[in-house]
Design a protein around this ligand. Structure first.
Ligand SMILES: [Zn+2]
Length: 101
């Protein structure tokens, strides 16, 4: 996930601390529900995305589909194994989580 922040120029102290917070809270969640292991990466990504959005930062912005209005990529599936970044506007499957180009 750090890679996905880095390629968008967001691997600064603020984002890294948001990421650490998300990992910490999801670690607790995982301790309550060990079967959630496959889902946890996608959930952490969504937590970080929400926190950045609260800071008025769109991450990761879609650069793939050419729609004129700024929009973000979304984790798909929201709760599932093998999460990927997908553009909700065009349906373009951009990359697996952790491998943004
Ligand atoms: Zn798009």
């Amino acid at each position: 996930m750090l890679h996905d922040l880095q390629v968008r120029g967001l691997a600064d102290a603020r984002s890294v601390s948001l990421l650490e917070d998300a990992v910490t809270s999801r670690r607790w969640w995982l301790s309550q529900w060990a079967q959630g292991f496959e889902y946890v990466a996608g959930l952490v990504a969504q937590d970080v995305q929400d926190s950045l959005y609260d800071d008025a930062c769109r991450w990761p912005e879609c650069t793939s589909c050419g729609r004129p209005v700024e929009h973000s990529l979304q984790i798909t599936p929201e709760l599932g194994a093998d999460p990927r970044w997908v553009c909700a506007e065009s349906g373009v499957d951009v990359a697996p989580l952790g491998q943004l180009p």
